[in-house]
Design a protein around this ligand. Structure first.
Ligand SMILES: CC(C)(COP(=O)(O)OP(=O)(O)OC[C@H]1O[C@@H](n2cnc3c(N)ncnc32)[C@H](O)[C@@H]1OP(=O)(O)O)[C@@H](O)C(=O)NCCC(=O)NCCS
Ligand code: SF4
Length: 151
C-alpha cells in the first residue's frame, strides 16, 4: 500500500510493504504516527521538525519525506493524470490509462527547472494511492514510475 500525506510544510510518503514495524516513527512522534487511528498518520498533530526527524529515523525507508516547495499536486480523474502546479503554472504531469488489467502509468514529466524536489514522486504516488483505493493493480510502464514502485 502506498499513501501520500501532505501539508504546506512537509510531504510524507508511506510504502507499507517496506514497513518492518520497528516503531521508530512512533517513538519519534507518537501523536503523528498512531497505528490505532485511521488514517494512522496525522501531520498536523506535532511540529513539522519533529515529524521530519521521526520520518528520517525510519530504518526501512517505508517512510520518506520532502519539502513541498509551495508546489501543489492534484489528481485529475477526468484527464487520467495527476498534475503539479506552481501557483497557476503547470510544472509537471503523470499520465495513466485505466485498462482491464489495471491502471497503466505510462508517462511522468516535470519541468527541469523544478527537478530533484520529489515532485515526480508525488505525482506517481497520487495515482498509485487512487488506484489502490479503487482496488486496481498498478502497471508502471513509465521508467520513472517503475523506479519509484520498485525502490
Ligand atoms: C523523470 C522526471 C519525471 C523526474 O522528475 P523529478 O521531479 O526531478 O523527480 P524526483 O525529484 O521525484 O526524483 C528524482 C530521481 O529520479 C531519477 N530519475 C530521473 N529520470 C529518471 C528516469 N527516466 N527513470 C528513472 N529514474 C529517473 C533521478 O535519478 C533521481 O533519483 P534519486 O532520487 O535516486 O537521486 C524528470 O526528470 C523528467 O521529466 N524527465 C523527462 C521525461 C522522462 O524521462 N520521463 C520518464 C519516462 S516517461
Ligand atoms: S519507523 Fe518505518 S519501519 Fe518502523 S514502524 Fe515506522 S514506518 Fe514502519
Amino acid at each position: 500500500m502506498h499513501r501520500l500525506y501532505e501539508t504546506e510544510d512537509i510531504v510524507v510518503f508511506w510504502d507499507s510493504e517496506k514497513c518492518r514495524h520497528a516503531k521508530e516513527c512512533r517513538k519519534g512522534s507518537p501523536k503523528t504516527f498512531d497505528p490505532m487511528r485511521r488514517p494512522w498518520i496525522d501531520l498536523t498533530a506535532a511540529p513539522t521538525a519533529e515529524v521530519w526527524k521521526a520520518v528520517s529515523a525510519c530504518p526501512s525507508s517505508a517512510l520518506t519525506c520532502v519539502y513541498p516547495h509551495g508546489i501543489e499536486v492534484v489528481l485529475d480523474d477526468a484527464g487520467s493524470r495527476s498534475v503539479a502546479y506552481d501557483g497557476d503554472k503547470q510544472i509537471g504531469e503523470c499520465d495513466y490509462d485505466v485498462t482491464t488489467n489495471g491502471w497503466v502509468i505510462y508517462h511522468t514529466e516535470v519541468d527541469p527547472a523544478y527537478g530533484g524536489k520529489g515532485i515526480a514522486k508525488r505525482l506517481v504516488y497520487k495515482i498509485v494511492e487512487a488506484a489502490e483505493r479503487a482496488g486496481a493493480t498498478v502497471i508502471p510502464t513509465c521508467s520513472y514510475a517503475a523506479k519509484v514502485l520498485s525502490n
